[in-house]
Design a protein around this ligand. Structure first.
Ligand code: C5J
Length: 233
């Protein structure tokens, strides 16, 4: 059976080996978006662990996300970091979110990394190895999706960004939600599949399978090395 080929063939676009077919990366209109690589999701004592999760898959991707950042920094492309967090008075945290389930600590409670998922607290900061540098955009978001209640769409439009390369955690929650939001807004979405993680590895795989099925219905997935190789063609 013949596979569909890459989406476009204009000049300046570089094919990246991807699932379900090559992604034509156009560095002049692409940005990297690193979702929620913050201490609350990656480190012991944070929100992720208080929910009873195994944080090791999220820790394991830190060096790969770092490589991706290095490549995008070297190529001088737009880099956006997101942080899921709430105002100290919880005015942007729906009770339905805070009161759900039986975590050992709820959003806003005091934990080993400060108040859980609260802007300004240590747990809401990006992990030190992936710290944003001057010129990079950092978006605090109260939802799972990075477009909800943020300026992300305007920021991307101002920079004429039409392609987004995704990394971060967790694949099936904030990464997938943001990819779906972006896809509906007309962005072409490429997930760096080795630079994203879930607390549940089978959820990561399922999310990638769902999003890349039906001719990349939400987007594409590729390895970091293949994405970065496009910058050297
Ligand atoms: C979650 C996220 N999993 N960043 N947040 O609650 O995926």
């Amino acid at each position: 059976m013949s596979m569909p080929q890459a989406a476009r063939t204009d000049t300046g676009q570089r094919p990246v080996q991807a699932t379900p077919f090559p992604f034509l990366l156009d560095p002049s209109s692409a940005a990297l978006i690193v979702i929620d690589m913050q201490r609350d999701f990656v480190e012991a004592g944070g929100f992720g662990e208080t929910l009873g999760n195994d944080i090791t898959p999220c820790q394991a991707i830190v060096p790969i996300v770092r490589q991706l950042l290095k490549g995008f920094r070297a190529a001088k492309l737009t880099i956006i970091h997101t942080r899921e967090c709430h105002q100290p008075d919880l005015s942007d945290c729906p009770p339905a979110k805070r009161n759900r389930g039986t975590p050992s600590l709820r959003i806003g409670d005091h934990g080993p990394l400060g108040r859980i998922l609260i802007d300004g607290e240590p747990g809401a900061e990006i992990v030190p190895d992936l710290e944003p540098i001057a010129g990079e955009i950092v978006i605090a978001k109260p939802g799972k999706g990075a477009f909800y209640a943020t300026d992300l769409q305007q920021i991307l439009q101002q920079r004429a960004i039409t392609q987004l390369v995704f990394a971060g955690v967790t694949t099936e929650v904030c990464v997938q939600t943001t990819m779906r939001e972006a896809n509906d807004r007309g962005f072409e979405c490429l997930l760096a599949q080795d630079a994203t993680a879930s607390y549940f590895p089978h959820f990561k795989q399922s999310a990638i399978t769902m999003m890349t099925a039906q001719g990349a219905i939400v987007g594409w997935a590729a390895d970091t090395a293949d994405i970065l190789a496009a910058f050297h063609e």
